[in-house]
Design a protein around this ligand. Structure first.
Ligand SMILES: [Zn+2]
Ligand SMILES: [Zn+2]
Length: 303
């Protein structure tokens, strides 16, 4: 286990920001217990994380599993009520445990789909991430005690098209590295709904743990996302919104990158720049619950 990697994850993983910014309450490591509508064919179970459910006449696609099999089973039960006879497909936005470790809670015969870069990351770092998350609390340890990894039924490189019936065509997309290297985006064509993972969030400071993408690869991914023309966005750790979330995400990253690189050129250290910009950004983006931008500034300096 590379402890440097684990240490940087402990500092920067998406979940930490979510805890810090969402509320003063300790975060529950559970998914929600009901589905709420996002768009005509898309539902969400809001919680840790927000899980997307796309319902067609023949098939249903679930995006993310929750932490461990118990959460996965909660999602599977909700889906069974929502679409009782549909063929079940499952995919994951990225390899972090609250998104991908609950596969064991889904019924046998569920078709698991994942992009190849994400699968490689999971093979390389999945176990250490589970150990890290299990070390955080007794409850998380228990939830992660029975994680079974299983190989996907379908592995794709950059795009996989899924037809769920009734005109519900879905594109599973890998556009490059952002929060992780294997971030997957799900675009539901008839609804123009994007299930965005950590790539597009709603006023959450972006993070790149360990050896994820880079700030400029994240911007390049967002350019491709923008071309999809999404009208609804369901992020995994923040509130749903309209298509303007994509431009908002890009504008924030471009702005922070520009300012951080200015400071770098002036010889300001990464740590100092992180402190200065955190203070500035708390007022510059006063409607974002910002606790720190230092992690992303370090990623900008490193690139
Ligand atoms: Zn997450
Ligand atoms: Zn994550």
């Amino acid at each position: 286990m590379d402890m440097r990697y684990v240490h940087s994850l402990a500092l920067t993983i998406c979940a930490v920001a979510w805890v810090a910014t969402a509320s003063a309450q300790p975060r529950s490591p559970l998914v929600g217990d009901q589905a709420v509508p996002v768009s005509q064919h898309v539902w969400a179970v809001m919680g840790f994380p927000n899980v997307g459910i796309v319902v067609g006449t023949q098939g249903v696609l679930v995006v993310d599993t929750g932490l461990g099999s118990r959460n996965g089973a909660t999602i599977a039960n909700i889906v069974a009520k929502l679409a009782p006879k549909a063929k079940l497909y499952l995919t994951t936005t990225h390899f972090h445990p609250e998104h991908a470790s609950g596969v064991g809670g889904f019924p046998a015969g569920t078709i698991l789909i994942r992009n190849s870069v994400q699968q490689k990351e999971m093979d390389a770092h999945g176990d250490e991430m589970i150990a890290l998350f299990a070390s955080r609390s007794e409850q998380q340890k228990e939830l992660l005690s029975d994680v079974s990894s299983r190989r996907p039924d379908v592995i794709f490189d950059s795009e996989y098209k899924l037809d769920l019936g009734g005109g519900v065509r879905v594109r599973l997309l890998w556009f490059g590295g952002a929060h992780t290297q294997g971030d997957e985006l799900t675009f539901v064509e008839p609804d123009k709904t994007l299930i965005s993972g950590d790539v597009v969030q709603n006023k959450v400071v972006p993070m790149i743990p360990g050896d994820g993408g880079t700030p400029s690869s994240w911007i390049a991914v967002l350019d491709k996302v923008q071309a999809l023309g999404a009208q609804h966005v369901l992020p995994d750790h923040s509130a749903p919104g309209d298509g303007s979330l994509v431009a908002q995400e890009k504008a924030f990253i471009v702005d922070l990158r520009t300012r951080a690189l200015q400071l770098k050129r002036q010889g300001v250290s990464a740590d100092q720049a992180g402190e200065q910009l955190t203070e500035q950004y708390k007022s510059r983006y006063s409607d974002w619950p910002i606790t720190s931008v230092a992690g992303f500034v370090r990623a900008i300096y490193k690139e």
